[in-house]
Design a protein around this ligand. Structure first.
Ligand code: T5A
Length: 223
């Protein structure tokens, strides 16, 4: 049996990562492939506790370097408690954000030194580099409009958490950062325009996944 794969989705706020993570897991299930859908920061009870702490702004005054360390601490628990055991058990892992988010937000756009980001990545991942990373790319102003719309529909205060409140210039820098990361890791990363219909994007992602991992089309497999 072919080994389970680790697929991550990256990109700015509101580009449609969560939507496509769900859709990819559903497509895999249709061909008999079991997967674990997860997210960062979070995915395990300890990592979710760190998520709440950071996203409520409680670590903001500690500085961006300390936050990079916190994201890595959450990631290490996520990798060792959920991601690695799932892959070892034959389940694919589909993760909404992963280490590239720390490199983009805290590193390239946030100013934390590359050396610290590299060291944290080394410690947190324990060698579990994704097999494929889909980078969803779009103008942050348009993506923000989606997030605003969703907040209105959900009756929530718009742009509630602290990272979504960062200004547009930061998000433009962030967009460039994800593109730089994808260029530097072009074997692993595929950039897709997120400014397209969700069904079309789902098809484009499925095409990439099935061509990258041809074992998928070799009949149904139970994981
Ligand atoms: N962070 C995270 C760091 O700073 N460092 C790190 O190391 C990590 C891991 C996480 C925050 O933490 C930061 C980054 C973030 O600021 P989060 O809530 O998980 O916070 O933030 P996001 O990952 O950005 O989640 P969002 O839900 O805001 O964005 P998604 O998942 O990209 O978008 P999605 O799928 O929820 O869609 C947003 C809206 O658009 C619609 C959806 O229905 C939804 O309403 N939509 C579309 N509309 C039109 N066309 C399409 N193709 C659409 N796809 C979805």
């Amino acid at each position: 049996m072919a080994s389970a794969r680790f697929v991550t989705f990256e990109g700015g706020e509101g580009v449609g990562k969560s939507t496509q993570v769900k859709r990819l897991a559903a497509r895999l299930s249709e061909v008999g492939i079991g997967s674990v859908r997860t997210r960062e920061p979070g995915g395990t009870p300890k990592a979710e506790a760190i998520r709440s702490f950071i996203l409520q702004g409680k670590s903001e005054s500690w500085g961006v370097g300390a936050e990079a360390v916190l994201f890595a601490a959450a990631r290490h628990d996520h990798v060792t408690s959920l991601i690695a055991p799932s892959l070892a058990g034959g389940k694919w892992v589909i993760c909404d954000r992963f280490a590239d988010s720390t490199r983009a937000y805290q590193g390239l756009a946030g100013g934390v030194d590359d050396k610290l980001i590299d060291a944290l990545e080394d410690i947190a991942l324990e060698g579990h580099v994704p097999d494929l990373t889909i980078v969803l790319d779009m103008d942050p102003a348009l993506a923000f409009e989606r997030v605003r719309q969703r907040a209105i529909e959900d009756g929530m205060p718009a742009l509630a958490d602290r990272f979504e409140k960062e200004d547009l210039d930061f998000h433009r820098k962030l967009r460039e950062s994800f593109l730089k990361i994808a260029e530097a890791a072009s074997e692993r990363c595929v950039v897709l325009s997120a400014d397209q219909d969700a069904d079309d994007l789902e098809e484009a992602i499925w095409l990439i996944v099935t061509s990258r991992f041809p074992e998928i089309s070799h009949g149904r497999r139970e994981a």
